[in-house]
Design a protein around this ligand. Structure first.
Ligand code: UDX
Ligand code: ADP
Length: 471
């Protein structure tokens, strides 16, 4: 008989765990969903009465939290208790790239997955369905399974003498930040990998509360894990492709938005994900491609590895290229120049800065002696400080207290700046009043628009020099 799920636990209250559990709680009022995390501050923020203080900014998330929190959605730090009570446990912990040891720089660091699996095997009861939500290397489910099984009979289990069993499923999350609530509520597909038909049915039944059955795809574990890596690799590949063409446009007089439109109208290609920019950021693309490269090399497929590696090379090159253009246009030196940075998040509508192209571009400008004023509508000041300090330290770039200043307003950022650099496509930056801005910037003033969203004609009319990506 198909087990009826009454209590869900999600380990990891981050950008994946938080929104995906909020949507499950909202669509399944009869299921209790408890999200746990080792980070007490994060859990406190999820429980903050003021919804503006939630730890992640995501359009629509605050309404879901308001609707479900305290009713069937709970954020807690008592991980053992939540595991004990759960029929189904989602693993949404972080899986960054390994920094040291075997596979450093490419393979994923699974220490948090492993720690969670150990806790599950120790504190769970009865039959527990463990669902991998984090992006994981192919064949991780096997590792998780073996940890669960090897620990369950150990003496350790004194705390919980009842017999227990596990089913492991892979259910990769395809949400994109900034649109994650819509992506979760109206997914293109839901992928469930596994070999235990009862467990698959239990998870499928949860999604059937709001997803059409034909959108639920069932595969074996490894196809599911590899599909997630492949989807991200294909998406990243499109961005490197369009960014490489943006450089050709700038040299030849073609316009990248015309080229993208013409190419995207071919229904075989499609018109999404063809926006040239400063390179892709976010927690997934780089990490997943590195993981694919590692996997390919592991299986002796060097050609495949170097093919995917090139996507990352173009991404790094695009960021470097933009920094160099800025230096070149500002007469080859940035010392004593003030540059206003508009946007620090890796994309609009999120406060996430992981792998944001803004980090490397700002670091390069600091290295050239620029003083930066940085404004992002949603990113926390401390996060910007932390990212820039880390970037400078790891590249041996000298910085001091004057290297950057964080502003809370567009006009303060533009005031007395020699240049403005748009790095995130926040809507606010598409609607800048260039006339007002031209009065407060230093002359000659420059606008570097790496996202192609500003009105360059009006900016130019107001005596601002403009460089736009791919034009
Ligand atoms: C991505 C995948 O889209 C999602 O399915 C997966 O679950 C996680 O990784 P995310 O990183 O949140 O999601 O955002 P996404 O919209 O994919 O953007 C990634 C990066 O690509 C951003 O830096 C964005 O600015 C950039 N991008 C995207 C472009 O430069 N041009 C585009 O046309 C699209
Ligand atoms: P993602 O974008 O994949 O959601 P995040 O870094 O935003 O990644 O979130 C992952 C969360 O998982 C973090 O809040 C982290 O504290 C939490 N975490 C990591 N390991 C554990 C663990 N063993 N138990 C509980 N939470 C964990």
């Amino acid at each position: 008989m198909n087990p009826k799920i009454k209590n869900i636990c999600c380990i990891g209250a981050g950008f994946v765990g938080g929104p995906s559990m909020a949507v499950i709680a909202s669509k399944c009022p009869n299921i209790n969903v408890t999200v746990v995390d080792i980070n007490h501050k994060r859990i406190e923020a999820w429980n903050d009465k003021n919804l503006a203080n939630l730890p992640i900014y995501e359009p629509g998330l605050d309404e879901l939290i308001k609707k479900c929190r305290g009713k069937n959605l709970f954020f807690k730090t008592n991980i053992e208790q939540a595991i004990f009570e759960a029929d189904m446990i989602f693993l949404s912990v972080n899986t960054p790239t390994k920094e040291t040891g075997v596979g450093a720089g490419q393979a994923l660091d699974l220490r948090w997955v492993e720690a969670s699996a150990r806790q599950i095997s120790k504190f769970s009861t009865g039959n527990t369905i463990v669902v991998e939500k984090s992006t994981l290397p192919v064949r991780t489910a096997e590792t998780v399974k073996s940890i669960l099984i090897s620990n369950k009979d150990s003496k350790d289990k004194k705390s919980n003498p009842k017999s227990k069993s596990f089913s492991v499923l892979s259910n990769p999350e395809f949400l994109a930040e900034g649109t994650s609530i819509n992506d979760l509520e109206n997914p293109d597909r839901v992928l469930i990998g596994g070999d235990d038909s009862k467990a698959i049915e239990a998870l499928e039944n949860i999604y059937l509360n709001w997803v059409e059955p034909q959108k639920i795809l069932k595969t074996n574990l490894w196809s599911s894990e590899l599909s997630k890596l492949t989807a991200n690799a294909f998406l990243a590949q499109r961005i490197s492709s369009i960014n490489s063409i943006s450089a050709i446009c700038e040299s030849t007089g073609a316009d990248i938005s015309d080229v993208a439109e013409a190419v995207g109208m071919d229904t075989r290609i499609g018109n999404n994900f063809l926006k040239a920019g400063p390179g892709f950021g976010g927690s997934c693309f780089k990490k997943d491609i590195l993981n694919l490269v590692y996997l390919s090399n592991y299986y002796g497929l060097e050609e495949v590895a170097s093919y995917w590696e090139k996507i990352l090379d173009i991404n790094n090159w695009q960021q470097k290229r933009i920094s160099e253009i800025i230096v070149h246009k500002l007469f080859g030196t940035l010392s004593n120049k003030c540059i206003g940075i508009l946007g620090f998040a890796f994309k609009a509508n999120t406060n996430d800065t992981r792998e944001s192209p803004a980090i490397n571009i700002c670091r390069d400008l600091i290295e050239e002696g620029a003083k930066l004023k940085i404004y992002d509508p949603k990113v926390n000041n401390l996060q910007i400080d932390l990212d820039l300090k880390n970037a400078c330290i790891s590249s041996n770039v000298e910085y001091n207290n004057d290297s950057w200043l964080i502003e809370n307003d567009l006009y303060k950022t533009a005031n007395n700046s020699d240049a403005l650099v748009v790095l995130t496509e926040w809507e606010e930056f598409a609607n800048i009043n260039w006339q007002e801005i031209s009065y407060i910037m230093r002359s000659p003033s420059w606008l570097f628009d790496t996202r192609g969203i500003t009105n360059k004609y009006i900016a130019k009319k107001n005596n601002i020099n403009v460089w736009q990506v791919g034009v």
